[in-house]
Ligand binder design. Structure first.
Ligand code: J2J
Length: 545
């Protein structure tokens, strides 16, 4: 059986007391919140997806039925469940059901494949994988079969499918037993779910978020972002990502009693029609999409006049790009700089234009502690660039089951090393300058250089490889793999990409560009520093462009 999750990721008692006294942590839990919202907003529309249109009462009823069904099927409260449902209404029905049943969701993105899903199952010691039959032309039952055939996922006992289940169990076929539903709500400080980290070094880590801390983050976000029961929020980014989930995202909207509209794709063709039909008021995008939308808005036939606030985050929005977004779309722009580990910064809706264009906002909470430090860990003066460290009422104190990474990623007094380089302006506004780690922020999707290098090194014709980020007009950054070939015949880049696809990884991790080199000039950089090597390769490459 899987080991039980630790209660919370140990905020020291004095911090627990402080966050409670400040009214941030109110003893909230997901099942209690959702039950209460379902009663209070019973007849209002909670979710719109395709032809589905569910009221709060209907969503809660589905969640209860499904929760009872999952428990009758053999899942036990406390079990971790990897959920991969894309931007479908099933996603919220299942997640609400898991909360109701005392089960712990692990949020996979639709793009994840066997390598990532197996990693999440192992790390979380998950007992179940819930997915759907097909999504975007991919048959997830194939993935489920591969997963079940793996020798090293001993905790996995159940595969449940939304839609045509083939040999697996269909969610719709579950027979509920309401008597099994937990009679009491969980400890507000217990782990509600595991979110996925961007994976700056190696594979993604699991981020344990508690009921009280997460609910605080979106309740407070609602106030900053002006989310009310009249808000109609479009989920155009992947619903499982932390940004559209909680900043203020779908959960903020559920908290307020508003309506969540799911877009199956972030493309303007699809999303603009939904905005017009549902009178969407709010949404979040990554910078490249915001620019694309601003361009498409100029010629669209769809009525976008219901839009109120467009949030842009996940990667840096330059002042020039921000100007283009404002010029192209009839909305208030809000910059969002957040992370699944916790800290979220917003520009405020009444900020002056300069702040809006040139900063990534300031923290949600008066109790968010932000340090900007130099290499020696010493604070730098405001206006100078340093590493961003943070702790606070909704920032984790450690990853799930990662002692070595935790020793690196957290200071002795509990600050999370974000890996971002920032400068702080008067008033606490942050300007993101870059980052300390080698990952590629590919239109908001974080790709670990190390993880991609590990895959490519397994290719028989690859002798050595270094993966770096290259500035890209559309993506912000793209990934480029510098490959030293092995043997006489060098493979063609499309072959390497196709081969990487067979490794069963998310498509966004496949290098955008492959450049063959004869050797790495490692004598000059010292043989151990991959970081310096990557920096040199990037600089050389850019100087030749
Ligand atoms: C520059 N870099 C940014 C920004 C995130 C809200 C919004 C985004 C995320 C997210 C999130 C950035 N400018 N505006 O979880 O709740 C980079 C930083 C950061 C990393 C976190 C949310 N906004 N970033 O993007 O966990 O490098 O969360 O540390 O995916 O994205 O990535 P992630």
């Amino acid at each position: 059986p899987p080991s039980p999750l630790p209660l919370s990721q140990t905020w020291p008692p004095e911090f627990v007391a402080r966050y409670r006294a400040a009214g941030h942590w109110r003893g909230d839990t997901f099942p209690a919140m959702l039950r209460e919202r379902a009663q209070r907003f019973a007849t209002r529309t909670a979710v719109v997806a395709g032809d589905e249109r569910w009221t709060y009462a209907a969503l809660w009823q589905r969640a209860e039925q499904l929760a009872a069904g999952l428990l009758a099927h053999g899942l036990q409260p406390g079990d971790r469940v990897v959920v991969q449902l894309g931007n479908t209404a099933h996603f919220y029905a299942v997640v609400w059901a898991l909360f109701r049943a005392g089960l712990v969701p692990v949020y996979a993105l639709a793009a994840h494949r066997i390598t990532e899903i197996a990693h999440f199952v192992r790390k979380a010691e998950a007992t179940a994988y819930i997915t759907l039959d097909r999504l975007d032309g991919y048959d997830h039952r194939l993935l489920a079969r591969e997963l079940q055939a793996l020798p090293d996922v001993p905790t996995l006992r159940h595969v449940l499918i939304a839609g045509d289940a083939a040999e697996f169990t269909a969610l719709a076929a579950l027979q509920g037993d309401a008597a099994l539903l937990p009679a009491t709500d969980p400890d507000p400080q217990s782990v509600a779910f595991l979110q996925i980290s961007g994976g700056s070094t190696g594979l993604s880590k699991l981020i344990p978020r508690t009921h009280d801390d997460y609910i605080y983050s979106f309740r407070a976000s609602n106030e900053i972002c002006g989310i009310t029961q009249d808000s109609v929020y479009l989920v155009a980014l992947p619903a499982a990502h932390n940004f559209p989930m909680s900043s203020p995202g779908a959960f903020g909207v559920f908290h307020a009693g508003g309506t969540v509209v799911l877009s199956p794709s972030p493309s303007p063709d699809v999303a603009f029609a939904l905005i017009a039909r549902e009178r969407v008021t709010d949404l979040g995008l990554v910078p490249p999409l915001a620019l694309l939308w601003a361009q498409a808005a100029a010629t669209t036939q769809h009525d976008l006049s219901s839009l109120r606030v467009l949030q842009v985050g996940g990667a840096k929005l330059t002042p020039e790009a921000a100007r283009r977004v404002i010029a192209g779309l009839p909305v208030k722009l809000q910059q969002v700089f957040g992370m699944a580990e916790g800290l979220v910064n917003y520009t405020r809706l009444d900020d002056d234009e300069d702040t809006l264009l040139t900063t990534q906002g300031r923290p949600i909470s008066p109790d968010d502690e932000v340090l900007v430090v130099d290499d020696a860990g010493q604070p730098v003066p405001d206006g100078e660039v340093g590493y961003l460290l943070t702790r606070g009422p909704y920032t984790i104190r450690g990853y799930h089951n990662e002692p070595a990474a935790n020793a690196r990623s957290f200071t002795a007094d509990g600050f999370y090393r974000t890996g971002d380089m920032v400068l702080r302006k008067p008033g606490g506004y942050l300007v993101v300058q870059g980052r300390a780690h080698d990952h590629i922020n590919r239109a908001g999707e974080k790709v670990s250089a190390e993880e991609v290098e590990d895959h490519l090194l397994a290719h028989p014709q690859v002798f050595d490889v270094a993966v770096v980020s290259i500035p890209d007009d559309y993506l912000g950054e793209r990934s480029c793999a510098f490959v030293i070939p092995r043997g006489d015949t060098r493979p063609r880049p499309p072959e390497i990409k196709a081969w990487m696809r067979t490794r069963g990884v998310a498509a966004f991790k496949i290098p955008d560009q492959i450049v063959f080199v004869e050797a790495f000039d490692i004598t000059a950089v010292g043989k151990t520093s991959r970081k310096e090597l990557r920096a040199r390769l990037r600089a050389e490459f850019l100087s030749q462009q």
